[in-house]
Design a protein around this ligand. Sequence first.
Ligand SMILES: [Zn+2]
Length: 330
Amino acid sequence: MIHPARRIDDINAGRWHGLPRHRSDFPKQTPFIKMNAMTRQPTEGYRGRVAPTPSGYLHMGHGATFWEAQERVRARDGILVFRMEDLDPVRSTPHFIQAALEDLRWFGLRWDEGPEEGGAYGPYLQSARTGRYRAVLEQLIEQRWVYPCFCSRKDIQSAAVAPHVGDEGPIYPGTCRHRPTGPVPAGSRRPCWRMKVPRGRKIGFVDGRHGAVSYTAGVDFGDFVVWRQDDVASYQLAVTVDDHFMGITEVVRGEDLLVSTCRQLLLYEAMGWKPPRFVHCPLLRNREGERIAKRANALSLRDYRDGGWTPRKLRDAVGAEGKSPSLELG
Ligand SMILES: [Zn+2]
């Protein structure tokens, strides 16, 4: 078992394969030609990914983060993988899957492997990868990393007088954690499966943008769901399994997932896998300064397209202001 702090030591000791951010980080006397050689060498085999959830039209926040992922791949001569995170059987529709491919291509993204391109690490639709997730769940069950939970949302809400709220709602109070294993009583609802998190332990990593980040298991997040009650792998499990088996070396995504990275690091540790590097990008805001979110206040990429914007102009506007521009400026 590798303590996450070890990874920070590795990074401090120079066993970190990230790139210096600025050219001035290189020794001054290094000739320019060698700098190029240096920037390429440590990143051989770089694999990045864009992984949209097709439960609505993608907005400019997705566009900006995916663009960053693509830029990092290009700077390192890497491979960009497109993975469709269509696990939600109700909200992920064929219409939104097509729209995600179309809108990201329009925006200027080009990937090397994906649902339509294929590749050696497919399938690239999460809905077609259930067998892989189930095999990992079975391993986690066998090694007693996870336990079945029969609680309803209401049970969890009422288990504590004032439930501690994390980034994903109330932190699970642990009701089923010590339930004796044995036959499930007849008439029970189907359980979900939860990860036993090491309560009180700080889980840390070095983020490519934020530097050292750590959260405390049991305080900042609780025993999280790895397999949902509706018999679907959870986001946390699926994304970890996919990033591992797709050989992803660096994950670029929004900073709303910082805490989730600590959850996923526990899954990497349980499975004995080496985690990728992580870069969490700032979330885009709209003109009113609110975080933009799907289905709420966000203009979609296709709103801009239909409003006469070109992808170039849109990227420049976002780059200049750090905000999703208003439609009429196109
Ligand atoms: Zn429970």
